[in-house]
Design a protein around this ligand. Sequence first.
Ligand SMILES: Nc1ncnc2c1ncn2[C@@H]1O[C@H](COP(=O)(O)OP(=O)(O)OP(=O)(O)O)[C@@H](O)[C@H]1O
Ligand SMILES: [Mg+2]
Length: 163
Amino acid sequence: MVEEQALLALDKDLSIANEIPEDLSVRCDRRIIRTVIQNYVNNAIKYTDAGSIRIHADPGDPGWVRFSVRDTGSGFEPEERDRLFGEFGRLKRHEGVKGTGLGLALVKLLVSAYGGQVGADSEGKGKGCTFWVTIPVSARAEGPAQDADPSGSASSGSASRQA
Ligand SMILES: Nc1ncnc2c1ncn2[C@@H]1O[C@H](COP(=O)(O)OP(=O)(O)OP(=O)(O)O)[C@@H](O)[C@H]1O
Ligand SMILES: [Mg+2]
């Protein structure tokens, strides 16, 4: 999945690095993580002309992992942040770039079904930004874990949800 998107990035002067550990386990349907990261990376490519995109997984609060996609692109101002995850929350200056304005709203909907959170940070317009999401980590004692799949090649499965 990241590889497919990397091809899109070739059209621009952009490098993509996937720094998600291969053995990371999460308690969430892999298709959801895939959709989330796909949306974030797709946006990062669309709204970044040059520089880099970094995909990370870091420990969050106990029992949670925080995935993030950081870019060196268009960024946003603090007052723009609230609309990004809303339906049709496109920023005016991006009207020339194709999009429905629903990708991030879908991400928020999917992740909130797992009790996770979404968010975005930027130092301002033109200064890049980081979009992040928190996902419950596998509790191995409670059953088979779902492995996070950085390549996005897996497509299976249900998983237990955080209560
Ligand atoms: N990485 C980013 N850098 C700067 N602005 C962004 C970034 N990601 C999203 N945005 C802003 O948030 C808006 C909403 O993003 P969202 O993904 O929901 O819609 P979209 O990309 O316009 O369309 P689509 O539904 O096809 O993904 C974008 O239109 C853009 O203005
Ligand atoms: Mg989008």
